[in-house]
Ligand binder design. Sequence first.
Ligand SMILES: Nc1ncnc2c1ncn2[C@@H]1O[C@H](COP(=O)(O)OP(=O)(O)OP(=O)(O)O)[C@@H](O)[C@H]1O
Ligand SMILES: [Mg+2]
Length: 325
Amino acid sequence: MIEFKNVRKVYEDGTEAIKGIDLKIPEGKLVALIGPSGCGKTTTMKMINKLIGLTSGTITINGRDISEEDEVELRRSIGYVIQRIGLLPHMTIEENISLTPRLKGWKKEKYESRVEELMNLVGLEPGIYRKKYPLELSGGQQQRVGVIRALAAEPPIILMDEPFSALDPISREQLQDELKHIQNSIHKTIVFVTHDIDEALKIADVIAVMRDGKIEQISTPRELISSPANEFVRSFIGEHRLNVSKKEFLVADIMDDASIFPEFEAAEYETIPHDATLSEAAGMFVSKQPDKLVVMKGGSQVGSVSRSDILKAVASESRREAQSQ
Ligand SMILES: Nc1ncnc2c1ncn2[C@@H]1O[C@H](COP(=O)(O)OP(=O)(O)OP(=O)(O)O)[C@@H](O)[C@H]1O
Ligand SMILES: [Mg+2]
């Protein structure tokens, strides 16, 4: 866990960029920092890997105060992806991705197979792209390399500062899907800066909404939409999203009720909370490929959903969306 306690940042020119924030970033979760330009997202993020020093307060990672950690060591355990990629132009794609593993002294065999695995994960055929140079790739392909380069040495923490904002909408959606898919299997602690609320709602486990150096609300995407803390958060989310989201079906709406269909063995199956949305359920079927999910509420099983239930529900939900437009 990364924990901020009463952290302030005043830049040399007197700008008070961060005005005393408390923030807990749980292990294995993707936390989005969102807010208008200049609210302090990048500053907050860069304080985690000490690219920016804090003025007062403390930041701890798994209980250890980062002010006592060696900067170089710290940065090797934290992957970093920025908006404008930052690939090294004179290194091949393979060399770029394997850079940190090589710096860490991994054996050739190990880092080569890691490079191959990661390239496949984001749909870059290693046989075609491994030996190319960054400028021989499209922007979207380069950004994919940027993302997997940050994952290569398996750092427990990854910082991403608007990593997809320079991409066209299609590449952007694809990379968001890929990131979600990857995260479902690797469960890293990811701090993701964005000012796109749709992006945050789509990929984050937890969203921290910032304004003017402070945090206005920290909650799950669903809570954020169902109970925005104040007018600022409300207007930041946007009225149309508040309304649309209320209509989305939940798993509990379409499950087979356990009191009616009691005969399955819960222990054999993955579980899903009763208030998960259809999209979340669909995501689990895609990433984990189960036949069935057991629906849980307050610690006990209340039903089950099958792959075909979800497929049917998603199809009728999309029809409904299309009709209402
Ligand atoms: N090196 C610096 N010196 C002085 N002020 C700075 C410096 N870097 C950032 N600031 C100021 O600190 C505040 C927060 O900046 P920051 O870059 O963290 O915002 P941001 O939320 O990431 O914005 P954006 O969405 O535009 O990237 C802004 O008012 C900015 O002008
Ligand atoms: Mg920024």
